[in-house]
Ligand binder design. Structure first.
Ligand SMILES: Cc1ncc(COP(=O)(O)O)c(C=O)c1O
Length: 399
């Protein structure tokens, strides 16, 4: 069954105001998400924040269960955090505690800026080496090069860190194929699913990842200030998070503490209960729409948009194709021979159309390799319509 787009739009108040093509930045939330957050804020105001938290204890527990159901894992393997970066960092810095000088970390050319900054910091502090795997012919990570690097470095290869869908284009990395290689070679695998969560089905067993980081506000349509981390149980037991607090551990004796034995050891107390309940509502909403349905529609709309843009004189569509039969996703990037990305975004904003600049610094290695300094990014979601895409293409034609 497909998606009832008309109902989805009625359920998305923002659709009345803007032509929103910045879903890779932050999606428009559906009414149930919005209502859930507001209702809990009202409850906190009416009865006190801690007391309100006690009242929703059972529902809050179900947020973990919802995410676990979406990913095909156990609720105890999920931590709720503030955003994808916090999730990714929590896993990475815990792993980094065990890195020795000369250890290698393998990543791809389009790794997200914040992740790469952390890789750089740890490389400087612990004298580890970052290996950026070369790309295959479609711009995706080369699996052959990945295997060759593993063969070359053997035991020194301590981590594979991959961004599933880069912030700067429609490419979908072959995350499951990388997972099979990681497993075969017993190398921890950290997947940044920030742009893929909510946009396509994600099953951790198929992906083969040991850790997965995602955000609430992008394709999942949850509130800002939410994110989650998945950590495989067998990996969990080996990771000591820093920092820890009363949420991650128990102070068992004056000189002793005991970490939680589930993924909540990666949480820090004091987060927004209202927003996390909103995230739970968003995950349930996405599953009710159906992640297969969402992927099919988003892919179809994005291809349509690429076709519209490719027909406009002066425009170059920049999305890398990837390889095999892997379709490109909902992120569409392009440049104009005369207008800068910033000028395009500003011009669109005047017409109530939301698109975004994807700058050099967000994915420096990939952008430099392709000789790009910035691109305009239009990212579609299932609640966008064909008419909206035509309107946007017309606005670009009239630049
Ligand atoms: C691929 C990717 N990873 C991570 C992030 C960071 O997400 P957050 O702002 O939720 O930390 C982004 C944000 O744009 C992203 O595109």
């Amino acid at each position: 069954m497909g998606i009832d787009v008309a109902s989805a739009r009625v359920d998305t108040p923002g659709c009345e105001n803007v032509l929103h093509l910045n879903n890779a930045g932050c999606s428009l939330p559906p009414t149930p998400v919005l209502e859930r957050v507001k209702a809990h804020l009202d409850l906190e105001a009416a009865m006190g924040g801690y007391e309100a938290e006690d009242r929703v204890e059972e529902e809050y527990r179900r947020v973990y269960a919802s995410i676990a159901r979406m990913l095909g894992c156990a609720a105890g393997e999920i931590a709720l955090v503030e955003n994808a970066t916090r999730a990714w960092d929590a896993a990475f810095y815990a792993l980094a505690e065990g890195f020795q000088p000369g250890d290698k970390i393998l990543t791809a050319s389009n790794e997200y800026v914040s992740n790469y900054l952390a890789l750089l910091q740890v490389a400087r502090q612990r004298r580890t080496e970052i290996i950026v795997a070369p790309n295959g012919p479609g711009g995706e990570i080369s699996l052959t090069a990945l295997e060759a690097a593993i063969l070359q470095h053997g035991e020194r290869m301590k981590l594979i860190a991959l961004t599933h869908v880069p912030t700067n284009g429609g490419l979908v990395q072959p995350a499951a194929a990388v997972g099979r290689i990681a497993r075969r070679n017993h190398i921890p695998y950290l997947l940044d699913a920030c742009q893929s969560a909510g946009q396509m089905p994600l099953r951790v067993e198929e992906l083969g990842c040991d850790m997965l980081a995602a955000t609430g506000r992008k394709y999942l349509r949850g509130p800002r200030g939410t994110g989650f981390l998945y950590v495989r149980q067998s990996m969990l037991e080996r990771l000591e998070p820093t920092p820890i607090d009363m949420c991650s551990a128990e102070w068992t004796a004056r000189e002793e503490y005991k970490l939680r034995n589930d993924a909540r050891r990666f949480e820090i107390s004091g987060g927004s209960v209202a927003c996390q309940l909103g995230l739970g509502a968003a995950v349930e909403y996405a599953m009710a729409v159906g992640l297969d349905n969402i992927a099919a529609r988003v892919t179809m709309l994005a291809e349509q948009l690429r076709e519209h843009l490719a027909r406009i004189s002066g425009i170059t569509v920049r999305d890398l194709p990837g390889s095999g039969n892997q379709a490109r996703c909902g992120i569409v990037t392009f440049t104009h021979e005369h207008h800068s990305a910033a000028a395009i975004v500003a011009n669109m904003r005047e017409q109530n159309i939301n698109v975004r600049v994807t700058p050099l610094g967000s994915t420096r290695i990939d952008m430099e390799q392709r000789g790009l300094t910035a691109m305009a990014r239009a990212s579609v979601h299932y609640y966008n319509t064909e008419e909206e895409l035509e309107r946007f293409a017309e606005a670009v034609r009239n630049l």
